[in-house]
Every structure is written in structure tokens, then in C-alpha cells.
Design a protein around this ligand. Structure first.
Ligand SMILES: NC(=O)c1ccc[n+]([C@@H]2O[C@H](COP(=O)([O-])OP(=O)(O)OC[C@H]3O[C@@H](n4cnc5c(N)ncnc54)[C@H](O)[C@@H]3O)[C@@H](O)[C@H]2O)c1
Ligand SMILES: N[C@H](C(=O)O)[C@H](O)COP(=O)(O)O
Length: 354
């Protein structure tokens, strides 16, 4: 770790992104450090995690990596100091137990939430231009005694946002594929009841607005799946299309939104439909995400739409098997994509002091 005092005149030319390092027993710390270091000339990444633990991993990845530790108190009191581009700031968020790679430890569950809280706080105070999250193990947080279903829901709660939308995206295919979800992390048995006219209408409005604001699409074209096999087969395989989805789509069209559907989800993902669309809105997690992950796993991104700040993440999980086998096995391509996407959104929305 080195001295944080040197001033970097270029600091504000680089978006400042908080990077929460996620589950310490997984690949999150490794992919965060590698991606932050690789992109240091373009993005001022501020890692949030246990500073001593991250320094140890960084030294093993590449002894040239230079991390500078800051306390949360110093951040609160003085904001983020300026650093030269050859150093990565780390906001220290101490773990509660020694880490054995690949082995989950509930004693570290709450530390992952503290990392998120620091990032949320800093994003809301505009210390950070946005936040990027490495994967965490949802079960570790639950095992620590805190009910937790995912970053998406936690970020909504902590920022008092009534509804958000999960969207995964990749530009590894042509045209770029974006898949948003009408529900997030829910047991399958609860999905149908969670989709009603109001919730679906809000989802469509958030999706439409953020495709405009964050992706620069003037009139985004959204294809919507049905919920049931073959989009309900005219009511013979379920009535949600007739009772909920079609009325919500008609109302959205009347508000000037370019939505169409409901389409059978199993046949929608083909070029002749996707070529003229900007996004697919699927009804639930495993209806839409396997398609995207099959197309680009390890290089896609996850974006939370509807939040009062920018948040992106990776498309993969904690990969405990890789972490257990040692550093050097995890691909950090998705973390690179997540950082670049957040930076692009920041550049599109923030006015830079020249
Ligand atoms: N953004 C997030 O926080 C996030 C995203 C997805 C899953 N998760 C969580 O991660 C945990 C484990 O999930 P899982 O086992 O379903 O999926 P996983 O992505 O951790 O692993 C699935 C497979 O993909 C491989 N893999 C994953 N990331 C890789 C990478 N960067 N490079 C090379 N190979 C990689 C793994 O080795 C494994 O074989 C769960 O708790 C899940 O909820 C978190
Ligand atoms: N649904 C995400 C995926 O499959 O990649 C993942 O679980 C992460 O979700 P959060 O960003 O809400 O933690």
C-alpha cells in the first residue's frame, strides 16, 4: 500500500466507480482487482473490501499492482482524495473471519452488506459516479441471519426505490442482446402472482425510460414474452396473457411506448424478431437469462434499471470451484464489460469539467 497524497490532475476525466469485491471466498476479489488495474487509465475504480486481504491477492496476481488504502471514516470526512492513475484506491471494509478460498463462512456475510452500504452511500452522495458489484453468495448473507435475495432487491430497498428492473446485456452478438425481467429472484411458485397490471406497467415504464436515458435509444422497441408455454395458447395453457399481459401492453402502447407481444418465449429468440428490437422483456429469471448467458457467458453484464444511481455487475457468480483451485483461473471479461458499461453510462449522463 502506498501514500494517497499525490494529486492527479486528470482525476475527474475518469469516471469514479465504486467496485464492491463481493464474496471473499469466491472469484470476486480477483476479477475486481484485475479489471480495475487493466482499466486504470480510463476508469478510476475504487475497490471496497478488506484492504489487507485485497493487498495479498493483488501481490499474488501481479506485484506491480499498487493499492492505496483509505478508511471509511476518512472517506466520510474528506471525500475521495485524488490519486495518480497508477494506483487503485481501496476503501477498507474489514472481514470478520479469515478467508479460505472456495469455502463459505457465514461470519463474513455481514461484511458483504457493509461493502454495499459504503458504495450506496457514496453513490448517493455523488462521491462515486456509479457502482459496480462483484458476485456475492446470497446464501452466505442468509446464513449470517440477514434475509437477502440479491443485490437488485437490496439496492432498491436501501435507496428507497419502489421498483427496479433487472436487465442483462451483451454486445457479443449482433444486434446486441438485452434481456430484462418482469420479476427478479423469486421462487417459481410465486412468479405468476407477482405479475399484475400495475407491476408490469411500472416495469415497462422503467425499462423504456432507462433504455432512453442510459442507452441513448430514442424510441426503444421492446418485445415481451408470455408467461405460460406458447404464450398461454389462447387461454388453454394459462390466462395471465389475456388477463394481465395484453392489457398492460395495450396501456403501454397508448402511452407511446413501442412494446409488442406477448410472444411465446421459446421461439422469440431468433434473428428475425431480435433484428428489429432493442430489448426482450421476459417474465422471470430462468425464462430469459439462460438465452443471454448461452450467447455470452463471462462477457455479459447485469444492470439495475430504475435506481437513482448507476449500477452494473457481472453475469456470473462466485465460482467457488475456481477460487478453491487458486488464482489465475477466473476470466475477468464480464467485470471489464461491467466497468466499461457503467463508465459509458456515466459519460453519457455526467457533465465533465473541462
Ligand atoms: N452478480 C452476482 O452477485 C451474482 C451473479 C450470478 C450468481 N451469483 C451467485 O453466485 C453463486 C454461485 O452461482 P452459480 O454456481 O450458479 O454460478 P457461477 O457463475 O458461480 O458458476 C457457474 C460455472 O461457471 C464458471 N464460472 C463462473 N464465473 C466464471 C469466470 N469469471 N471465469 C470462468 N468460469 C466461470 C464456474 O466455475 C462454474 O463452473 C450463487 O450464490 C449465485 O446466487 C451472484
Ligand atoms: N440474477 C443474476 C444473474 O443471474 O446473473 C444474479 O443472481 C445477480 O443478481 P443481483 O445483481 O441482484 O445480485
Amino acid at each position: 500500500m502506498s501514500d494517497p497524497s499525490t494529486v492527479d490532475a486528470n482525476l475527474r476525466q475518469r469516471p469514479v466507480l465504486a467496485v464492491t469485491c463481493g464474496e471473499p471466498a469466491g472469484i470476486g476479489p480477483e476479477v475486481s482487482i484485475k479489471a480495475a488495474w487493466q482499466l486504470r487509465a480510463e476508469i478510476n475504480s475504487v475497490l471496497i473490501g478488506d484492504a489487507a486481504f485485497l493487498a495479498m491477492i493483488a501481490a499474488e496476481i501481479d506485484p506491480q499492482i499498487r493499492l492505496v488504502a483509505l478508511s471509511q471514516q476518512a472517506l466520510r470526512n474528506n471525500g475521495l482524495p485524488q490519486f495518480p492513475q497508477d494506483r487503485i484506491a481501496v476503501i477498507d471494509c474489514a472481514l470478520d473471519a479469515h478467508v479460505k478460498p472456495g469455502l463459505l463462512d457465514a461470519r463474513n456475510g455481514r461484511a458483504m452488506l457493509r461493502m454495499l452500504d459504503i458504495a450506496i452511500d457514496g453513490a448517493q452522495q455523488k462521491i462515486f459516479d456509479g457502482m459496480v458489484t462483484a458476485p456475492l453468495q446470497k446464501s452466505t448473507i442468509n446464513d449470517a441471519g440477514v434475509p437477502f435475495t440479491g443485490h437488485t432487491e437490496y439496492l432498491a430497498e436501501q435507496s428507497a426505490t419502489a421498483q427496479v428492473v433487472m436487465m442483462l446485456a451483451t454486445d457479443r452478438v449482433t444486434p446486441p442482446l438485452r434481456v430484462a425481467l418482469a420479476t427478479t429472484h423469486l421462487p417459481l411458485k410465486d412468479v405468476a402472482a407477482a405479475i399484475n397490471f400495475d407491476s408490469l406497467s411500472r416495469t415497462i415504464d422503467i425499462l423504456h425510460a432507462d433504455l432512453q436515458n442510459k442507452f441513448g435509444l430514442k424510441q426503444p422497441r421492446i418485445l415481451v414474452t408470455g408467461l405460460n408455454p406458447h404464450a398461454g395458447e389462447g387461454g388453454y395453457l394459462g390466462r395471465e396473457e389475456i388477463d394481465v399481459i395484453i392489457p398492460a401492453l395495450q396501456a403501454a402502447k397508448a402511452r407511446g411506448i413501442a412494446v409488442s407481444g406477448p410472444y411465446p418465449a421459446d421461439t422469440l429468440f431468433q434473428q428475425k424478431y431480435l433484428a428489429d428490437a432493442d430489448c426482450v422483456l421476459a417474465m422471470y429469471h430462468d425464462q430469459g437469462l439462460p438465452v443471454l448467458k448461452y450467447a455470452s457467458f463471462g462477457h455479459g453484464i447485469n444492470i439495475t434499471l430504475g435506481l437513482p444511481f448507476i449500477r452494473t455487475s457481472v453475469d456470473h457468480g462466485t465460482a467457488l470451484d475456481l477460487a478453491a483451485a487458486g488464482l489465475g483461473r477466473a476470466d475477468h471479461g464480464s467485470m471489464i464489460a461491467a466497468l466499461n458499461a457503467a463508465a459509458q453510462m456515466v459519460r453519457a449522463t455526467v457533465r465533465w469539467a473541462d
